[in-house]
Design a protein around this ligand. Structure first.
Ligand code: CO
Length: 134
């Protein structure tokens, strides 16, 4: 069911410092910061040949990554995103298999303007999983 790894998201306490690390130390191509008010984050996209890294920084009062950064003060891996062809079919299959979908269970439009869902980390080895329809 899952296809390519679309991105790995890393929560960072200092977006400018993290961007510099990826651009200047690791020599990667990085985007300008992009505010995603609907998702409570500002994102910098790091373009790699085979996938992307997304640097996430909290935006606004109740950012979904604020709690994570409170526990992981130097930042850390927040989620992985796998591509699926049909997100509703994928969701129905996962629910049938007993996996829990976070939130309402209905796809939201993600940072790439495509429908996304998040799966409960306890059902996936302690890893928050995002599915994106491509
Ligand atoms: Co993501």
């Amino acid at each position: 069911m899952i296809g390519r790894l679309n991105h790995v998201a890393i929560a960072v306490p200092d977006l400018e410092a993290a961007t510099k690390t990826y651009r200047d130390v690791l020599g990667a191509k990085v985007s300008e910061p992009q505010a995603e008010p609907d998702h409570g984050v500002t994102v910098v996209f790091v373009e790699l040949d085979n996938t992307k890294i997304e640097l996430l920084h909290p935006l606004g009062e109740d950012s979904p990554i604020a709690g994570y950064l409170a526990k992981n003060t130097s930042g850390g891996m927040h989620h992985v995103c796998y591509e699926v062809e049909d997100i509703l079919a994928a969701r129905d299959k996962l629910v049938e298999e007993g996996a829990r979908i976070l939130g309402s269970g209905e796809p939201k439009i993600g940072a790439h303007k495509k429908p996304v869902l998040f799966l409960h980390p306890k059902d996936f080895n302690g890893t928050l999983v995002e599915l994106e329809q491509v």
